[in-house]
Design a protein around this ligand. Structure first.
Ligand SMILES: C[S@@+](CC[C@H](N)C(=O)[O-])C[C@H]1O[C@@H](n2cnc3c(N)ncnc32)[C@H](O)[C@@H]1O
Length: 247
């Protein structure tokens, strides 16, 4: 997958994709990332990309010309992928969007700055996306978050595919509680069922915890789950055997 990033601060991406899982994905040609400064397309001697708002008000607005020209230049260079404008006003970035994006071989991420985009840039976007209901100073951190989440979906990026598929939100609910050695730490024991090696029972226990945890912590997510009759029974069993369970 190739991701082009349009930004005013390409330096922010320096070394971000050099380490760990993303670094390996880049080294193994699973992922390629290129930053482009759209200031290159700015107006005049100073390469101006922003101006004051019509109607007044604080802050500067990104002018349509330079940014749209930068997008068209990427198109001319052969990137046919969706253009994604990063904005707090976009659709929420969820795991289901992550999976859809991972299906493209190329995408373009557009990072805003200042007070955001001139409205006439918006028709160039195939999608406007928000990483959450808060406002950052620019689209660079959102772009990094999008790339990290999408990259780990790419085949071969994460060594064990199964671990990705068990993560929260991948199939819907939150992940189940996890434990590792030692079996007892500061008086807190690992649930006995996990130490017995009975795979079917462990699977049911984990499913039950995952469902109960989701119901309590994220009722919005829980209400959207497509539960089977077996899930209903496991959920009830989990509630019955551990009432008031810590979640
Ligand atoms: C200060 S923000 C502009 C906010 C804009 N005035 C508004 O209220 O919608 C500058 C840039 O940061 C990026 N940004 C800030 N918060 C974001 C978020 N939650 N999701 C995605 N991008 C965000 C966008 O690219 C935005 O154009």
């Amino acid at each position: 997958m190739k991701i082009d990033i349009l930004t005013l601060i390409p330096g922010m991406f320096k070394n971000v994709f050099d380490e760990s899982i993303l670094g390996a994905a880049v080294k193994n040609d699973i992922l390629s990332i290129e930053t482009h400064s759209f200031r290159e397309f700015g107006d005049g001697r100073h390469k101006t990309v922003d101006d004051t708002a019509f109607g007044g008000g604080p802050g500067m607005i990104l002018k349509p010309g330079p940014l749209v020209e930068a997008i068209r230049d990427l198109r001319r260079q052969g990137n046919p992928g969706p253009v994604i404008g990063l904005t707090p006003q976009g659709v929420p970035f969820t795991q289901s969007v992550v999976r859809q994006l991972a299906g493209f071989s190329r995408i373009i991420l557009v990072c805003g700055r200042y007070e955001g985009f001139d409205e006439r840039i918006r028709p160039e976007f195939d999608l406007e996306m928000s990483i959450g209901d808060y406002v950052l100073t620019g689209g660079e951190f959102p772009a990094m978050i999008v790339i990290d989440a999408v990259a780990r979906m790419l085949p071969g990026a994460v060594g064990c595919r199964e671990s990705v598929e068990h993560d929260s939100f991948f199939t819907g609910p939150l992940d189940h509680p996890q434990f590792t050695r030692p079996p007892v730490w500061e008086g807190a024991s690992v649930p006995e069922i996990l130490t017995r090696g009975h795979h079917r029972m462990i699977e049911d226990w984990r499913r039950g915890k995952s469902l109960v945890r989701t119901a309590i912590r994220r009722p919005d997510v829980f209400s959207r789950l497509d539960l089977t009759t077996a899930d209903g029974a496991i959920f009830q069993e989990c509630l019955n055997t551990a009432p008031g369970v810590e979640v």
